[in-house]
Design a protein around this ligand. Structure first.
Ligand SMILES: Nc1ncnc2c1ncn2[C@@H]1O[C@H](COP(=O)(O)OP(=O)(O)OP(=O)(O)O)[C@@H](O)[C@H]1O
Length: 330
């Protein structure tokens, strides 16, 4: 877990804390032509901390972690991990990082065991160390009972878990996971989340990118909300949600034009933000049940039919909506 909050006057602790950052990215920039994919991103991760980078598709998460892991050259800014500057071509500090990309880097015709042995030999691990570590890794990713089966017989989620296992083999101090649960079955999703929790309990620092706010809330000690290449808010889930006050989130599924429905809400009293999702509008409101009759009245005519209404207390989805005027999953 992250170090405790600083108290006023603990100058020595401040410098100790800064020294203690396992990873520190400062002022990162990356452009692809006209796209400013990463725009002045600074963040740090402490030993044993799970840091979530939460943002929608295209927000700049993969680009940020690619720079952090030294796979991609930044246009500006610096990255330091375990006391070493990280950039493409540098070797120091790399052993502290385990990167698990979204794409699978495993051999389908080999078993999990054989894949792990292959990557262990690639990393130059002595055979006996590799054997012990492979047993540990298979245990963490929950694939011990399938270790002798060919990967081609695995579900998509099991392949993802093996991909994570490969990133864990060299016992990194910082594990970077790029949206590890996208497109996986619920059972594997849960297994992946449990693996991250176990690794965190064992003291590994984790950088976890996701656009699922429930995952960020469940796993992360601190969360950076990223949009259009910029970290627009950072803190614990509780700090982030309390930053927007006591607003409630009202999600209304409708048939008919969502844009028209959103338009009708714009001048409604007590509604501070309106966003459009696929088949729903999402409102931020000071008091859901009090504003409900007016909302229903504004939507009632023959063109728009209400399917369901869901009112929830502030969550990270509401924070994102408040900060950007957009839904996390559009
Ligand atoms: N190699 C590239 N060439 C051109 N544009 C790129 C490249 N890589 C990323 N981008 C653009 O940079 C922006 C950020 O992309 P990035 O992949 O970092 O976002 P993301 O938050 O990881 O989203 P996703 O979940 O969709 O991967 C996007 O607009 C993307 O199209």
């Amino acid at each position: 877990m992250s170090p405790g909050r600083l108290t006023v006057g603990t100058v020595l602790s401040v410098s100790t804390l800064i020294d203690a950052h396992l990873a520190q990215a400062s002022g990162l920039h990356k452009r692809f032509g006209d796209i400013h994919a990463v725009n002045d991103v600074s963040l740090h991760i402490d030993p044993g901390e799970t840091y979530g980078l939460l943002g929608p598709n295209g927000a700049g998460k993969t680009t940020t972690i690619s720079i952090l892991a030294g796979l991609l050259e930044a246009d500006g800014g610096t990255v330091e991990v375990a006391g070493a500057q990280i950039r493409p071509g540098s070797t120091r500090g790399r052993e502290a990082i385990g990167l698990v990309p979204q794409d699978l880097a495993i051999y389908p015709d080999l078993t999990a065991d054989e894949n792990l042995k292959f990557f262990a030999s690639l990393y130059g691990m002595p055979k006996n160390d590799a054997k012990t570590r492979i047993d540990e890794v298979l245990d963490v990713i929950g694939l011990s009972d399938r270790r002798k089966d060919r990967v081609s017989t695995y579900s998509g989620g099991m392949k993802r878990r093996l991909n994570i296992g490969i990133g864990l083999l060299h016992s990194p101090r910082l594990l970077i996971l790029d949206e590890p649960t996208v497109g996986v079955d619920p059972q594997s999703r849960n297994a992946i989340l449990e693996s991250v929790e176990t690794l965190s309990e064992e003291g590994m620092a984790v950088l976890y990118t996701t656009h699922y706010m429930e995952e960020a809330e469940r796993l992360c000690d601190r969360i950076g909300i990223i949009d259009s290449g910029t970290v627009i808010a950072e803190g614990t889930a509780a700090e982030l949600t309390s930053s927007i006050g006591e607003q409630e989130r009202m999600r209304i599924e409708i048939s008919g034009s969502v844009d028209e429905a959103a338009h009708r809400m714009e001048s409604a009293e007590g509604i501070s933000d309106v966003a459009v999702e696929d088949r729903a509008i999402v409102l931020l409101t000071d008091d859901g049940s009090r504003r409900l009759p007016d909302v229903i009245r504004r939507l009632s005519d023959t063109d728009i039919q209400i399917g369901s209404i869901d009112i929830s207390r502030p969550d990270l989805e509401a924070v994102f909506l408040h900060l950007t005027g957009k839904a996390l999953r559009e």
